[in-house]
Ligand binder design. Structure first.
Ligand code: ATP
Ligand code: F6P
Ligand code: MG
Length: 520
């Protein structure tokens, strides 16, 4: 079986099917609907509908909540090795009481230590009871916004494990673009595997390519090798985009830890399905990596905080330039192909941004309500202005090519360059002096090492990934939901990209802070 190649993606787009960033059945998740917008060629949050979820519920039926919960529990149950093969658990070798896991080999060290997670422990996915679908950011199942408990599985070490550590060969692979914290996660996976007693740990070089390109040899990993890798940004193992043949991946390893975004998780799930089909005792566990913070259901993905912090430096420089110049206009473009989280959060935290533009909120440039008119107003009233724009914003204003990257992601036209030119020519046309400074810190923002809060998040995620594999789960990923650490089945997190909700309090806070009007 082959991973989707760029050709498959291009084919699926031209034949009118779903864009690869609109993974999933309907491109919808509960009260939000995600569609591929042909004009802008991005996935967009296009409607707010009440309950577009499966199953089709009849809210007049007194049992609808029960039906919903049954469906939810089915979808969020975690695939386990014992679903398809006969495997017996054994007492865990993970103990913080002994120096070496081998001292713990018969499970006698477990004693009364309360450090294990029970398989029936759950965390609540939704914690707000919205009174009405019109409440800001409301995420309702039925028109009355009834409260329905939605429990997901708690992450962490179990008392019983499904692998003999001394016979385990574990692999780690990092795919997609770079993200601060990749090395921290690799390191934590290795340290935790060793704590269980695993000796055979390998890194796969340059993403999925490392599985099928002969010159990319496996890299032996140990505490000694990874001890200091978190002190630098990037990925110790290298990353890549592009297709791969996964038919052999399954047979080579007992555990595979896959660090990547939506695309990588789709690939990881294919590997998991292949292992299930062949009844192989292989555990595939994902760790969501996306600087864009665009993975469904999770509070936040690692590297995002660091990226926002790094973006501050660019915004601050743009501010200084704009503020010091006569009629200065600072323009900063930040990453975010489909989602504007980095741009929104960086704008919010800097406090200096006058105009924040994200892919989820279309805007006009010209006319009385356009961005350019507002810029004139800012120059008139405060003498300078600062714009922060996400790379995926305003694609409808640009000429599109049909180019895709090796993974099939659309190559977007440069909104930063376009805005730069439009602003300069607009002020020239109206005979008002302007001094526009454009800063594109794209790769500087993601090549840095993780900050303290991301380093902690990476620690939690890396360790939980290993606990999940030893617990016998496969086809899962680990994340943080409502501050709780959980395991989720991969298909549930790749149904669509996560978008900034234009009706959320956070976006409204951003608008309050910038003071920008609706650009319509
Ligand atoms: N739908 C898919 N099915 C299987 N494999 C996929 C799919 N989409 C992407 N992949 C594979 O996953 C890997 C990474 O994909 P991609 O480059 O899109 O990065 P990503 O994981 O989405 O992370 P990023 O957030 O950096 O974009 C590539 O090797 C690609 O071939
Ligand atoms: O240029 P590269 O390495 O393909 O990565 C760029 C992309 O990575 C992302 O951050 C996703 O991880 C996008 O926002 C961005 O367009
Ligand atoms: Mg992607």
């Amino acid at each position: 079986m082959a991973l989707k190649s760029p050709v498959d993606f291009a084919g699926s787009i031209s034949s009118g099917q779903k864009h690869p960033c609109c993974f999933g059945v309907a491109g919808c998740n509960r009260s939000r609907c995600v569609r591929y917008d042909k004009k802008s060629r991005t996935c967009r949050l296009v409607t707010r509908a009440i309950s577009v979820d499966r199953p089709q519920l009849d809210f007049s039926n007194p049992d609808w909540k029960k039906q919903f919960q049954e469906d939810f529990n089915r979808r969020f149950s975690l695939p386990h090795l014992k679903d398809v093969i006969d495997v017996e658990p054994r007492p865990t070798t993970f103990s913080l009481k002994s120096r070496s896991p081998l001292e713990n080999v018969n499970g006698s060290m477990q004693g009364s230590w309360n450090g294990y997670v029970n398989d029936d422990d759950r965390a609540l996915l939704k914690v707000i009871k919205f009174a009405s679908p019109t409440s800001a950011g409301a995420d309702c199942i039925d028109p009355d916004c009834s409260w329905v408990e939605q429990w997901v599985h708690r992450a962490g070490p179990r008392k019983q494990i499904y692998f003999e550590p001394q016979y385990v060969k574990a692999g780690i692979v990092t795919c997609g673009g770079l993200c601060p914290g990749l090395n921290d996660v690799i390191r934590q996976i290795v340290l935790t595997l060793e704590k269980y007693g695993v000796k055979n740990i390998v890194g796969i070089q340059h993403g999925f390519r490392g599985f099928f390109e002969d010159h990319l040899a496996e890299v032996p990993l140990s505490r000694h090798v990874v001890q200091n890798i978190n002190l630098a940004g990037g990925s110790f193992l290298g990353v890549s985009r592009g297709g791969a043949n996964i038919s052999d991946i399954a047979r080579r390893l007992d555990m595979l830890f896959v660090l990547g975004g939506n695309g990588t998780h789709a690939g990881a799930n294919l590997i998991h399905e292949e292992c299930r089909k062949r009844k192989l005792k292989v555990s595939i566990v994902g760790v969501p990596k996306t600087i864009d913070n665009d993975i469904l259901l999770m509070d936040k993905t690692f590297g995002f905080d660091t990226a926002v912090e790094a973006a501050q430096r660019a915004i601050n420089s743009a501010y200084i330039e704009a503020h010091s110049a006569f009629h200065g206009i600072g323009l900063v473009k930040l990453m975010g192909r489909s989602s504007g989280f980095i741009t929104m959060h960086a704008s919010l935290s800097s406090g200096q941004v006058d105009i924040c533009l994200i892919p989820e909120v279309p805007f006009t440039l010209d006319g009385p309500n356009g961005v350019l008119r507002h810029l004139e107003h800012l120059i008139e009233t405060k003498g300078f202005a600062l714009i922060c724009v996400a790379e995926g914003a305003g694609q409808e204003h640009l000429q599109q090519s049909n180019a895709t990257d090796a993974s099939g992601n659309m190559i977007l036209s440069d909104i930063g360059v376009h805005l730069h030119q439009k602003i300069k020519s607009h002020f020239k046309e109206i005979g008002v002096h302007s001094d526009v400074k454009y800063i594109d810190p794209t790769y500087m923002v993601r090549a840095v090492r993780a900050n303290a809060s991301d380093a902690i998040l990476c620690t939690v995620l890396g360790q939980n990934a290993v606990h999940g594999a030893f617990a016998g789960f496969s086809g899962i990923t680990t994340g943080i939901c409502n501050t709780h650490n959980v395991y989720l089945p991969i298909p549930e997190v790749i149904k669509s990209t996560r978008f900034v909700d234009p009706n959320s309090r956070m976006w409204h806070r951003c608008l309050t802070s910038t003071g920008q009007p609706d650009f319509h």
